[in-house]
Design a protein around this ligand. Structure first.
Ligand code: SF4
Length: 151
């Protein structure tokens, strides 16, 4: 079984109420068992919601308590993101999922990059909060640009 960011599967759970449907991923996964996850919705956030970025840091720094997550109006939403990451990990552990294809650049699902927290379309190298938690628990995480890694 493989976990996939729900927005990549066509579920409209993004902050703007839209999806990021990826026909390439659906094609690549056609013979696989899939579990669609949206950590931000699992964490209790609504759809739509304000855009959110990690303030000048990465998911692993948020997990260590060194950085926080704010929406565009400056509201601290860190607890929602931590809850979403924890629940996603629990769900994957219950289903013994060892692999996850997640949406690049998201403060939750980003794998190689996240936005820098200034809402100016600039990225930092590093992963989102859920991605970091999954990787640190032994799950093989890759982005929608790395689907060659799906086995
Ligand atoms: S949290 Fe992940 S699955 Fe949910 S909308 Fe953002 S990128 Fe997609």
């Amino acid at each position: 079984m493989i976990a996939v960011s729900a927005c990549l599967m066509g579920i409209p759970c993004r902050y703007d109420g839209k999806a990021k449907y990826s026909p390439q991923i659906i094609g690549k996964l056609k013979d696989k068992e899939i579990i669609a996850i949206c950590p931000e919705v699992l964490g209790g956030l609504p759809v739509p919601r304000k855009p959110v970025e990690i303030m000048n840091g990465t998911g692993s720094q948020v997990l260590r308590g060194e950085k926080k997550v704010y929406d565009k109006e400056g509201k601290d939403l860190t607890s929602f993101f931590l809850k979403g990451a924890r629940l996603t990990l629990q769900l994957l552990q219950i289903h013994e999922v060892k692999m996850a294809c997640l949406k690049e650049n998201s403060p939750s699902c980003g794998v190689n990059y996240v936005y820098d927290g200034k809402f100016r379309n600039q990225k930092l190298k590093g992963s989102g909060i859920t991605s970091s938690m999954l990787v640190s628990n032994g799950i093989d995480v890759f982005s929608e640009y790395e689907i060659a890694r799906i086995r």
